[in-house]
Design a protein around this ligand. Structure first.
Ligand code: F6P
Length: 361
């Protein structure tokens, strides 16, 4: 009998997290009479013993709220816990301590909501004997095993709206305007936002760009009367043979690299080459904030309910996933640590090219 379940939100925050927490907790409490405990700040709560019971009231009225009522951490890892030692960090495996705490709390299973990092840690905890059900989250949409992660639709909508607004100034002032979109090492976000916002150029990590190709395209547009160009550029985009632009390194984070700055760099290069006035806008965390779209609320609810069903049926060590229109499950151990890139033959790329969009190649 499953009596008590813990729930955590790992990795960065993301629109729809609260909608999942609500769906998991409400269905476990209402349908199955299972107690729910909220773990604070992802795996950090298990390391630092910050766990509290979640009541029906605690998870009411949060469907539309951004962020996560539990808090999140994209650093905490029980297998590599960073402890500050002077100016440096020392890394310790505290997974046995976490196992003992899970036992002490009487948790029969965990629901872990997160991206590839969270699924990789979950996979290791599974090997140590913790029954886990995963829920796929990330605005980057780069998680393997599912067609779409919740949060992506909201981030695309925010970035597309930004591109719409950038159009005004680009057109009025005859400028080349670059909008830098998140997405880490994959281009789903820049591609989706670029298509939805009608960007003229879309640059993604999967397709290395050439400055000359972009400049030629800008000049061709000019010849046919378009005295402006909008570029949707993924933070992970890079030129042929070039490097991704790193904004900072977060020492105590499992993935230390934080990308950012390509829009400013490329904008300067275009301006130097063409003498055309350029501006760059970096959207940053705007894309992760605020209320989820209706699509994400529905997807998050479907995922959460399916995760609760998995718990009840003891269908453990699975991640719920969207395949076509159906919610199915995949093995968590097949997921963690893998990045799902935009396939070269994606119809999103060929479709965008069909309507005249350039990928800078
Ligand atoms: O994975 C989500 C994401 O927003 C990426 O798109 C981005 O590269 C990264 O997280 C930013 O991380 P942080 O919030 O630590 O700056």
């Amino acid at each position: 009998m499953i009596k008590r379940v813990g729930i955590l939100t790992g990795g960065g925050d993301c629109p729809g997290l609260n909608a999942v927490i609500r769906a998991v907790a409400k269905s476990l409490i209402l349908k199955y009479d299972i107690e729910v405990f909220g773990i604070s700040d992802g795996f950090e709560g298990l390391i630092e013993r910050r766990v509290r019971p979640l009541t029906f009231d605690d998870v009411s009225g949060i469907l539309q709220r951004g962020g996560t009522i539990l808090g999140a951490s994209n650093k905490a890892n029980p297998f590599r816990h960073a402890v500050k030692k002077g100016d440096d960090f020392e890394y310790r495996d505290v997974s046995d301590q976490v196992m003992a705490y899970i036992d002490e709390l009487g948790l029969d299973a965990l629901v872990s909501i997160g991206g590839d990092g969270t699924m990789a840690i979950s996979s290791r905890l599974i090997k140590k004997g913790v029954p886990i059900v995963g829920v796929p989250k990330t605005i980057d949409n780069d998680l393997d095993g599912t067609d779409i992660t919740f949060g992506y639709d909201t981030a695309v909508a925010v970035a597309a709206e930004a591109i719409d607004r950038i159009h005004t100034t680009a057109q009025s002032h005859h400028r080349v305007m670059l909008v830098e979109v998140m997405g880490r090492y994959s281009g789903w976000l820049a591609l989706g936002a670029g298509i939805a916002g009608g960007a003229d150029v879309i640059l993604i990590p999967e397709i290395e760009f050439e400055l000359d190709a972009i400049c030629n395209y800008i000049m061709e547009r000019s010849k046919i009367g378009r005295q402006f160009t909008i570029i949707s550029v993924a933070e992970g985009a890079k030129s042929k043979g070039g490097e991704q632009v790193v904004q900072r390194k977060v020492e105590d984070s499992p993935d230390q690299i934080r990308l950012g700055g390509i829009a400013i760099k490329l904008g300067n290069e275009i301006e130097d080459k063409l003498g055309w006035e350029t501006r760059a806008t970096v959207l940053g965390h705007l894309q992760r904030g605020g209320s989820p779209t209706a699509f994400d609320r529905i997807l998050a609810t479907r995922y959460g309910v399916a995760a609760a069903d998995c718990i009840k049926n003891k269908d453990f060590n699975k991640m719920v996933a969207l395949h076509g229109n159906d919610i199915e499950t995949v093995n968590i151990e097949d997921i963690g640590g893998k990045i799902r890139n935009v396939p070269e033959d994606s119809d999103l790329i060929s479709g965008a090219e069909s309507v005249g969009t350039s990928f800078g190649r």
